[in-house]
Design a binder for this molecule. Sequence first.
Ligand code: ATP
Ligand code: MG
Length: 448
Amino acid sequence: MNQQNAAVTPVSEKKSALEPRIYTRSEHNISRNQISSNALKVLYRLKNEGYDAYLVGGCVRDLLLGREPKDFDVATNASPEQVKQAFRNCRLIGRRFRLAHVFFGREIIEVATFRGPSEGVQDLQKKDQDGRLLRDNNYGTLEEDVVRRDFTVNALYYNIKDFSIVDYVGGMEDHRAGVMRLIGDPETRYREDPVRMIRLVRFAVKLSFSINPECEKPIFQLAELLANIPAARLQDETLKLFLSGYAVETFEMLRHYGLFAHLYPIAEQSLSNEENGFPKLLIARALENTDKRIAEGKSIAPFFLISTFLWDAVKKQAKLNVEAGLPESVGFQQAASQIISQQVKSTAFPKYIGMAMRDVWGLQVRFSNRGGTRAYRLLGHPKFRAAYDFMLLRVETGEEAPELATWWTEFQTVSEKEQKKMLDRLHKSSTGKRRRRRKPAVKKQQHD
Ligand code: ATP
Ligand code: MG
């Protein structure tokens, strides 16, 4: 049987071995007016074309909690090609597993065909020596789709036919009890895809759910499997980790399970051999600020946090480079590049993040270098704001003098005339200092 035929076999014609628990509309709190109208359009269109269509995954989980989902994912027994035929505004994506994206302006509804196991089609679900799935492109039934999902609370299906929730894995009970539980044997599921370990932490923290003890145990031992995951695969998951509003808790839990060390080995090293508490304090403050900004509805630049993770290593590397004979600025720039290229071996990030980090680090030395028009030029730099925030953190943690922060905070807010006065005062005090410094040398000469 080829892929195409497998995909068009309607779910209802396959016999199910497991019995799902169906929660009727009156037994759950998901109402259609909480569902994006575009997602409803997709669900109804698929239903009217004779297919089965469900909302699934994070959106069902979040709707049950009364939260607004980030996005709406649909699962269906229609093949990607059939989905494409049903919608004009649809594009097929993905090589590892083909998905349909249905576009409505800025909103994309992702439609996935049920995935199945690969009995008889072994090379479609290859595993490596650790048990990790390498290739995975096989369509199946709803029941088969369920067991491939990660957690029970992520495997609830909202049926557009009768607005019920289909639950094969006890996800509804876990949801009500606030428990994160893997579907199937935890160790096997982590080995198949070690990213599930960090997803577990992300969801447990974000949802305030506890972790089932059987699912918790293997992590300590299996955390190192993350090292084999391609850096690009970790890009989105790691960015999501710290941008959900619970960065402090997420960081602590990742470190507790030994997962952080495999995502940010450079930062872990800084944290483990901290001499004076600086890196830890800097990172802790940055995590707190991230959460605070999200709570206040402010925007977050992901590069900022990562730049604090790596700062200690950049400074140390810069020192080595200077000791090896490079001029200070070159040594520093090279250190930034060296540390970034080391980091992207573990977790990739888009190029702009690397560039922004380089800017923020590079601008740090320019805060104390304010002569002539330098202060104005720094103020006009596109990354001034982030660099200033970074400098404030360095002041807070004792790495930089508080006067510097006070000066720059004032300089940004006062009028142009006042700014000029501030610079004049600075100029006078620095020339004054220079004169005082020269005096002893003159005296010394007289003695001789
Ligand atoms: P959110 O979008 O809020 O981060 P989500 O649950 O929607 O949470 P996604 O990464 O969007 O998370 O994945 C959608 C669904 O796909 C999940 O709910 C889960 O059922 C399934 N899934 C995602 N990643 C995996 C994985 N690594 N292993 C098994 N199932 C997965
Ligand atoms: Mg999602």
